[in-house]
Structure formats: C-alpha cells, structure tokens
Design a protein around this ligand. Structure first.
Ligand SMILES: [Cu+2]
Length: 218
C-alpha cells in the first residue's frame, strides 16, 4: 500500500484515529539512571478523535494512547500504577520477558488491582525493541488503556527521525461484547474494498449490528 492510500484509508475510516509522535532519544540524564520511574494513572476519559465524535473511554495519564515509555536496554523500569477506572485493572507489558508476578494477568499472575488501589510493577525490560502495554481486564483495552513502550537496542543504528504510529478504532462496545462472548452475527466489513478481503466470501448477517454502545455523536 502506498503512503497516500494509507492516509486516505485512515481518513476515510472516520471513526478511527491515528497517533503519530516524533521521538526523541532518552535524555543524557535519564540514560544515566539505574531505574526509570513513571506513574501510570488510569481514569475515565472523553476521547475526541474528531470534532463530531465523543467516546467515553479510559486513559492512562489523561491521554490515549497512554504516555510513550522509553528506556535504554539494561535499565530497570518501575511503574506506580494507580487504578481509578471504577473496576479492577492490571497492566500487561506486551512482549516482555519478565518475572511472572509482573506480567499483569488478572487472577493468574496477580490479584487484580481494585478501583482506588495501586500496584508497583518493576522489572528490567527485555528483549530490546518496540513493545506496548495495555490493560488485561476486559474491556479496558478497546476503551483506551494502551500505549507504546520502546526498549532502545544498543545495536540499532541511529536513525535520522523516529516516529511511533498507533492506529485505533473508536470501538462499538456492543459488537465487542458480542465478539468476546462468541455470539456475534456481524459480518466482516472490508475497508474500502481492500483487495485482501475482496476474494473472501462474507458470511452471516450483512447488516452491521445496531450499536448500543457509549459512542455519542455531539
Ligand atoms: Cu498484549
């Protein structure tokens, strides 16, 4: 796909949004630290990807995607997680090899953090590369609790410009719950007649399900 087509796809999708951030390397001061400390506070958040959509979701530190986390390979990482989501929550560090009790899988590797509670996640991010973090309590991820996490690889050649690009749809929560429960009758919808999907036979109900979600047009 060419760049122009890609941007057109994102723009035409309308209900999705794109977050692009030009990155700066870890500052000299931060790079000297043994441990990178951050606080992640999860709270309700009104997401406005454009002027006509307001979505009552959740966010870390009042932003969705959450703050971009970045460490040098070899540094330790410590996150004070504060949960004000209104329900249980945990943070999962996607793709990291870490002690089991830091993996953030509720009722498997840790007791979930209750609303109003806190938890300290601490580990040495490994392996280096691009990772992400997100809530492991449904449906908090589609509601907005996710973000990017970079573990700088000392073997990487320095780039002129680094950009993180994150795409996310404003979800139709009713459809999400149906899909999770395995009772969705919604057909797949091919974005802009994408060639990858053009050859697929669509099954089931061709009408999109009526949404009773919390997306509000304002
Ligand atoms: Cu994950």
């Amino acid at each position: 796909m060419h760049r122009r087509e890609f941007i057109k796809l994102v723009a035409t999708a309308g209900i999705g949004f794109m977050s692009a951030r030009v990155l700066r390397p870890v500052s000299a001061l931060a790079a000297e630290l043994d441990t990178v400390d951050i606080t992640l506070e999860a709270k309700p958040f009104l997401l406005r990807p454009n002027a006509s959509v307001g979505f009552h979701g959740l966010a870390y530190n009042k932003q969705s995607p959450g703050p971009l986390l970045r460490v040098r390979y070899g540094q330790r990482f410590r996150a004070r997680f504060i949960n004000h989501t209104g329900t249980d929550s945990t943070v999962h560090w996607h793709g990291m090899i870490l002690p089991n009790r830091m993996d953030g899988v509720p009722n498997v590797t840790q007791v979930p953090v209750p609303d109003g509670g806190e938890f300290i996640y601490e580990f040495k991010p490994d392996p280096p590369g691009f990772r992400w973090y997100h809530s492991r309590v449904d449906p908090q991820l589609p509601l907005g609790l996710f973000g990017a996490f970079i573990v700088e690889d000392p073997k990487d050649e320095p780039a002129d410009v680094e950009v993180v690009l994150i795409l996310h749809d404003v979800p139709k929560m009713h459809s999400f719950y149906q899909a999770v429960a395995g009772v969705s009758s919604a057909s797949m919808v091919a974005p802009l007649g994408a060639p990858e999907l053009a050859g697929m036979k669509m099954m089931g109900n061709s009408k999109p399900p009526r949404s009773r979600n919390r997306v509000c047009r304002v």
